[in-house]
Design a protein around this ligand. Sequence first.
Ligand code: PEP
Ligand code: CO
Length: 456
Amino acid sequence: MVDSNADNWTPDSWKSKPVSQQIKYGDPQALAQVVEKLCQLPPLVSSSEVDTLKQRIAEAQRGERFILQGGDCAESFKDCNADAISQKVRSLLSLSLLVSQKTQMPVTRIGRIAGQYAKPRSVLTETQGDITLASYRGDLVNHIHFSESARTPDPARMLEGYSYASLTINYIRSLLEGELEELFNLEPEMTSLQELASHKQLHQSLRNFTEALQLFHQFNGRQTAHKNLTEFYTSHEALHLHYEQALTRQANNGHWYNLSTHFPWVGMRTVQSESAHLEYLRGIANPIAIKVGPTVQPHELVQLCRWLNPQNEAGRLTLIQRFGHTKITEKLPALITAIQDADIKVLWSCDPMHGNTQVSTGDYKTRDYQHIQSELQQAFDIHNAHDSHLGALHLEMTGEAVMECVGSTYGVKHQELGKAYTSLVDPRLNLSQAFELIDSLNLKQEQKAADKQQKP
Ligand code: PEP
Ligand code: CO
């Protein structure tokens, strides 16, 4: 039996490396007890599902499929209820149909869901008036309320997080077995977006989409969802390594899998070479992703890829680029070329959100729709110009009627942010904005691929 997927790796070998964004618990014994308990609890996903997703990602790498990954910046425990979960699943499924139409490819959906409970922070403390406390680090760690006790990390929250993730995934599975008419129904979201701001126009592509669905249901009646149409995977940032380690299990094939989620990724703040987070990722058999920001140098990226995927296995590694709309043109081409020259297999994914965050009046974190759109379009154009393939999109989005990102046809103004802002950390696109974003894309590359196929 193979002991691990990588040399000198164990589920806890990360502990010998520097841990950035470390969570400091006051009572190590309480932490150890929680980890032990988590180790005994059943996994949330199966290794065969994880393997299937890896194949899907390999297809996307080859340009035969597109991956849409999306959801909240930070999921909250209180969102573990039927309406919120259903809304997230329906929104992502519906948006994926538009993505499929746009890219002319089958689309696989991955939610930032059922475990997106831990957050890295640029600033680890928060000051209000003359009081400074630890920053909110996600529901898996502490509570968002601004008080000493709420902000003190509590290991028992990991058990709660496990339970909520488990309930969420259980409900997602049952939803996906349901009827198409219910799964592809955005009427409640449309209504609440319109009620939120009656003078605002929902984007035409969202209106067309819902009309087409209504017709479809009218003509085809109730039908049980087909698996291909509703394949759905989960993902979260593998930030809290005690939690991730406890849910890491050895499958019958001898490989170790993180079975808390299908697709763990490591964020920009923990992606340094030799970091504990990369050490952890290196040994699990899941498809994995790393965020790639503007400070990563081409030779470093090549090294990281080789370290995380020494066999150059297809589907194993996704690079989620997130530069910002003003930096992408300067930063991306050299990285693409380095990966091509080294003959490294990766899936390129564009996250047009995290490089475009700004602080608005009233201290609201926001993102301008124009900047998001611009970075995403540039991403497609640059890959296209370099004969590289952008095969995935990573969005922070929600079906909730929010106004967190400014701009778009829906026309959110800076001074309106206080009106409907529920994100616990970063601003998300609402459904009108997300539909508009996909609709706005000019995908010449697909034309190029079609042209190539037509040539004898
Ligand atoms: C995130 O995805 O919420 C995040 C914090 O991203 P990044 O690591 O790219 O900043
Ligand atoms: Co975020």
